[in-house]
Design a protein around this ligand. Sequence first.
Ligand code: DAH
Length: 358
Amino acid sequence: MLEKAQQLKQQFEEKVQATTVPAELEQLRIEFLGKKGPISSLMGELRNVPNEQKKEAGQIINEVKQFIEETIAQKKTELVKLEEERLINAAEDYDVTFPTEDETGSYHPITLIQREVEEIFEGMGFAIEDYDEIVDDYHCFEALNIPKHHPARDMQDTYYLSTNQLLKTHTSAAQNAILIKYTKELEADRPIRVIFPGRCFRNEKIDACHENTFFQMEGVMVDKDISISNLIYFMKTMLSEVFQQDITVRLRPGFFPFVEPGFELDIQCLICGGEGCPSCKDSGWLELCPCGMIHPNVLTAAGLDPEKYTGFAFGLGLTRLAMMRYGIKDIRVFNSCNLKALSQFENSTFVEPEKEVK
Ligand code: DAH
């Protein structure tokens, strides 16, 4: 038994040394450790070994098996690293600064609007953060006071991965991590002020107004004595800058489990000045930015004492804002790869949507 096991180990070592790509390792794993492989048959042979030698023989086989598993794992890491290095070296041979025959590219309208809004918030002392697109249920829902089976989840169906993770449905998914990361600001007697733009995903039926992939920009401010008037001030200032004119805003109650009270922030219609027109469906107002005072449970989940601190949060629809800002009527343009359509917005100022005659 010992001899057979050693032979097997030697055979395996020779073969493993000759592998050059990870796929070959998988082959080897099946060959040696598969149901019909030599390790299995050695295990089978244990039946014929006298009882007093069984334990030792079993141990020997197990050691070889473990050796094979560990060597494959180690070799796999090596081969993957080698492959990465090869790709990096190949990429370095490619000169990204080399001019192409076409003209240079242009920024995507979402990038343009994102940078603009970022600059405005930076001017108001906000830090800018990036966050994952793949998140877990806890961050996307539970930490935001949306327990399992909460009806608010119905509106946020998304794409689930086999790893139990999901594509984030809103930028609010970063709130917990951001509040934790920036707690040090509060400890130093400074407010937490952060915006975090990002790509979001939802299982939507696509039409001119709905996409399965879109962008939001979330913002939070937390300190002692933050109130709704701070929220209104920041939103009004930011929107007036974005639209390059003085904006009138109003708050309506809106329900989101992670804020209390929660609001829908509307801006007075820029086309009719509030009198009512087809663009605002005759209401005089356009819905733009849900927001509210951060729910005590959300603060607690981030380790902050809701008796001591309060804060506001908002979720600005960046894609929506870009549509309004540039007069884009169909959301599908953004992911269309239609360069002719997408390249025309750089340096453009606010485009008034066409006025429709009643
Ligand atoms: N995350 C919400 C959504 O995508 C939007 C939202 C509402 C964000 C209220 C907020 C907020 O920060 O306070 O539907």
